[in-house]
Design a protein around this ligand. Structure first.
Ligand code: SF4
Length: 391
């Protein structure tokens, strides 16, 4: 992103009082919740240390886990596709689904990264976001600002305005329950009309291949149970040896995401989907992630379990939300990851917006040293830019 469009985006969000109010409400809410939750479940701190170890070991043998997953998937009868790039993902899923279909899709940052919904819509397929936050963004033609709470920047007043405009009847902003009820009954029809369900993974156990998904609305359970054809779209960093590892990660992720206990923790064994007659396709994206594993001084970024805690605590994020960071992956950690996915040159404004104040490290269950990597990335960018300048 160029400095001029970055400044334009920053100015626009600073001027948008409703979006700022939405961010402020969620951030304040989160701060109070997380203190209470960690007070009630102090053992989460020890579990987080264990999770860091699990993630470190899994990343050390990432190539082995990818190969192992491929052979395990073949054994249980599901199609495995390793996508080197976002365009590989789009080509594979586009060929599989084609036009004229109905797709229900759960929240997935990988799908945001590759622009999957738009791609399928351009092919003439109807795609519905089943997560309420993502559904709001779909109606508003906007992008997520947070990895756990994607529509953090939307107040109930703005949601009522969007629903009223899109569905041609008046919604009361103070009747949040009424809007949720409307959304649920609207989506229920879509689940039963759908040809394909697309889900992601918070974590993926390899030995008995299974995705673990955390959610609060019950939407994911319907997304993989109702249609006959299922696509699991995820990335290589999500692999861990076992489902037991995934469960530990899920517990830490949800507590640091601000939930005492999430509404649902679905462990989806691929074998059981196949046994129930489902046609299952697993698409595993690299998309530049292998480079993070090769550049040892940045590998720590790959330990991220996407709980979103650092974002709520970040001084810059509290002001400008997801304008700070990379596309699909906001804030400091998002800036680092996106530098590898999209090229460091495209993340320069965010790289230099970071205050390096370390509030993100204090918030992070995995103790990821985000500021140090930001400093290294700045140096890396300067050395690349000056070597280009010097010919
Ligand atoms: S960097 Fe840490 S706090 Fe931020 S999303 Fe990742 S694991 Fe959570």
């Amino acid at each position: 992103m160029s400095w001029s469009s970055y400044v334009k985006d920053v100015t626009s969000i600073l001027d948008d009082k409703v979006k700022r109010l939405g961010i402020e409400r969620t951030v304040n809410h989160y701060e109070e919740d997380i203190v209470k939750i960690l007070g009630e479940y102090p053992e989460t701190l020890e579990l987080a240390k264990e999770v860091r170890k699990i993630r470190e070991e899994a990343l050390d043998k990432n190539a082995y886990l990818v190969d192992r997953l491929e052979s395990k998937c073949k054994k249980v009868g599901i199609d495995f596709y390793y996508a080197k790039s976002p365009s590989d993902v789009l080509r594979y899923i586009g060929d599989l689904i084609g036009g004229g279909k109905t797709v229900v899709k759960s929240k997935s940052m990988v799908s945001e990264e590759v622009g999957l919904r738009k791609y399928l819509e351009d092919l003439g397929t109807e795609v519905w976001e089943t997560d309420l936050g993502e559904f709001i963004l779909q109606l508003a033609d906007d992008t997520p600002m947070h990895i756990v709470t994607p529509s953090i920047h939307y107040s109930k007043e703005r949601v009522a305005e969007i629903f009223s405009r899109k569905f041609g009847k008046r919604f009361d902003p103070n009747d949040v329950e009424g809007m949720v009820r409307f959304f649920s009954s609207f989506m229920r029809r879509k689940y039963f009309e759908s040809d394909f369900g697309i889900i992601g993974s918070n974590s993926l156990g390899v030995e008995e291949p299974a995705s673990l998904l955390i959610h609060n609305e019950g939407n994911i359970t319907l997304t993989y149970n109702t249609p006959d054809k299922i696509v699991v779209l995820t990335d290589i960093f999500k692999l861990v040896p076992s489902v037991k590892d995934s469960i530990k990660i899920a517990l830490v992720t949800s507590r640091y995401a601000g939930y005492r206990i999430a509404g649902y923790y679905d462990v989806i064994f691929y074998k059981s989907l196949v046994e129930r007659g489902k046609d299952v396709h697993l698409v595993l994206l690299d998309g530049g992630r292998k480079k993070i594993l090769e550049e040892r001084e940045f590998t720590e970024a790959a330990l991220c379990i996407k709980c979103g805690a650092c974002m709520y605590k970040c001084t810059v994020y509290q002001l400008i939300g997801g304008v700070f960071g990379g596309p699909a992956y906001p804030s400091g950690i998002g800036t680092i990851i996106a530098s590898f996915l999209h090229g460091v040159e495209n993340l320069v404004p965010s790289l230099y917006t970071c205050l390096l104040d370390g509030r993100c490290v204090e918030a992070c269950p995995i103790d990821i040293d985000i500021p140090s990597m930001i400093v290294k990335l700045r140096a890396y960018y300067i050395s690349r830019a000056s070597s280009r300048y010097n010919g």
